[in-house]
Design a protein around this ligand. Structure first.
Ligand code: SF4
Length: 432
């Protein structure tokens, strides 16, 4: 074995919202050579961390020094009237803090990727409450698990093996003591891992949830079928849910981004509240990016609001649908974009992308992506949780401390330091 080989245990995986913090990473000659415990996505992320890297600051595709890039960024931001800062969910919490400081300084808008994933979850929680739990509690106690509009086998590969098909304090044999259901509009790969797959019609989540609520509350319904399910099947579901000792509903974008949007979440929360009149039920969003829950938390600490924050009046205001990134872009409002650790060009609707093409884009990211191809300025950054430390928030709200396991490529800094440099440079430009 090489003398330079070393092993680091309990490393958190910075890919999905599970933030699995039990990876064993082996390093040889400064490179990651083995990832034990990580799923296939995690192995690809860590072992392939050098692939497709941005390695030098670029202005219009030409290499420049970091100082020149920062100066150019400060000039773009200083001359903008409606800066949009976007992304943040794939970087650590200290970087978020620096981004909010820039937004406040120039009276810009700051939004994170939750506006295109679990934003409706936040709206539902704001109107109806948050019947949340910790993943460890679910593993220890939950005897009925429902995944709704979520495909963890593909998006959160260790969610089921690490928390659900594992024994817990009161679940001695998960095969016997715990039941898993999947509610979705199509049979996904997760269907192979559950006890019961319940297929509903597309866009019928709201009516199915409201029907379950009515049945749990004891109402008699004069219908034969709702959302593709026979009323007897729905009655059986409601009775089974009432008889669980501890139920948990995990839900994904199939619920937040289908017809009904935040009303679906509102209905799901009310269903959990109704069930809790009979037994114990909790629910949890299957957060995608590893620190999207952290982006909501840091935004709330710093601005009072979880996403879609506008500083135009000098103080933060919150208006999803108006100050959300897609809307600000599609309405042609933003005149500069500072993108941090995300790829809006790959994921936003065409109207928003068409506007991105018209404005100066500053892109801070470790990797080449579709946004970097359009950016006027690219600044490469270290990968949080691999090349720099920090903190992030798991899908259940638990803070997890990220480890630096290898050095970043030479001259490449963490997002938080790049953003701090931009802030300092911006202060000088604005004082001139
Ligand atoms: S489930 Fe998610 S956090 Fe866990 S190892 Fe896989 S990608 Fe990483």
């Amino acid at each position: 074995m090489s003398e330079t080989r070393k092993t680091i245990e309990n490393v958190p995986c910075t890919f999905c919202g599970c933030l699995c913090d039990d990876l064993i990473i082996e390093i040889e000659d400064g490179q990651i050579v083995k990832n034990t415990n990580g799923c296939a996505i995690s192995k690809e992320k860590l072992l392939g961390c050098n692939e497709n890297r941005l390695l030098q600051p670029l202005i219009n595709g030409s290499p420049v020094s970091l100082d020149d890039a920062i100066q150019h960024v400060a000039e773009i931001i200083a001359s903008s009237r409606r800066l949009l800062i976007y992304g943040l969910s794939s970087t650590e919490n200290d970087a978020h803090r620096e981004a909010y400081k820039i937004a406040e300084l120039v009276r810009g808008v700051v939004d994170n990727t939750s506006s295109v994933c679990h934003g409706p979850t936040i709206l539902g929680v704001q109107s109806s409450g948050e019947p949340n739990a910790m993943l460890a509690e679910v593993r220890n106690r939950s005897d009925l698990i429902i995944y709704w509009g979520s495909n963890p086998a593909a998006a959160h590969p260790r969610h089921i093996p690490r928390y659900i098909k594992k024994e817990g304090e009161y679940i001695k044999d998960p095969k016997e003591d715990r039941e898993i259901w999947l509610v979705d509009i199509r049979r996904t790969t997760t269907a192979r891992m559950v006890n019961k797959f319940i297929q509903i019609n597309p866009a019928s989540d709201l009516e199915v949830l409201l029907t379950l609520r009515a049945l749990v509350r004891g109402h008699v319904l004069d219908v034969d079928e709702v959302g593709g399910l026979k009323i007897d099947q729905l009655k059986e579901m409601a009775e089974h849910m009432k008889s669980a000792k501890y139920g948990t509903l995990f839900f994904g974008l199939g619920l937040t981004q289908s017809r009904g949007s935040h009303r679906n979440i509102d209905a799901a929360i009310r269903l959990i509240q109704d069930l809790s009149a009979h037994t114990k039920w909790t629910m949890m969003p299957m957060r995608g990016h590893y620190n999207v829950a952290g982006a909501n938390k840091t935004s709330t600490w710093m601005t009072g609001y979880p996403y879609a924050v506008d500083y135009a009046r000098g103080y933060p205001r919150y208006q999803p649908g108006e100050y959300t990134a897609v809307d600000i872009l599609a309405n042609g409002e933003a005149d500069a974009l500072l993108n941090i650790a995300s790829d809006p060009v790959a994921h936003f609707p065409i109207d928003a992308v068409e506007h991105i093409k018209k404005i100066p884009v500053i892109n801070i990211d470790p990797k080449i992506n579709m946004t970097s191809k359009l950016a006027e300025v690219n600044i490469p950054s270290a990968i949080a949780g691999i090349e720099c430390d920090g903190a992030a928030t798991r899908m259940d709200g638990l803070p997890i401390y990220l480890k630096k396991v290898i050095d970043p490529p030479e001259g490449i800094l963490p997002d938080r330091e790049i953003l701090r440099m931009i802030y300092n440079s911006l202060m000088k430009v604005l004082k001139k």
